[in-house]
Design a binder for this molecule. Sequence first.
Ligand code: ZN
Ligand code: ZN
Length: 182
Amino acid sequence: MPDSSQTPAATALLNLDHEIKTASEERLRALLLSICNEIPEAHKKAVKELFVDSSIVKNVPGQIAGTKRPVSRYERCGNCKEEFDVTENSKTSCRYHPGYAFPDEELFADHDEPLEILDSDDYRKSYPENFIFDCCDGNLMDDIGCEVDWHRSLETADISKRTRLDMLKEYDDQSSSEYESE
Ligand SMILES: [Zn+2]
Ligand SMILES: [Zn+2]
């Protein structure tokens, strides 16, 4: 009778589980690629999961419908930045803010840093409630988008048309000419 309560197979399974949960995304991508290249069944499975026939892709208004060949099943939405399934998209699937969240001068009154410095990812994370969207006056804390739409690929997304620089320029114009919120 072995003194270990776990069989070697069970231990190996447990460890693999842990390794997969903790490995870097990069390592897992490389591993998946090599598994797919080495094992035909795995390759087939991956193709089945990641591609769909363009005939079952939901037609998004304003977006050119795909060709006949298989297309990617999962895309990243240019508006909400979430990954979505192109076969399950609908006109209410996406919630996002078409505008930009600016650091609010009054809410940051205790801070000495200029607004350009406050307008950073670090501050967004630390003070989400102090960043106000110019589309709806909502803040980053209760980040429910004010616009409802289809998930859209990057090409037809709202905000891809407005670059961050454009928005900063608008912001400068606003703050130099008596900021008006209404
Ligand atoms: Zn909004
Ligand atoms: Zn979306």
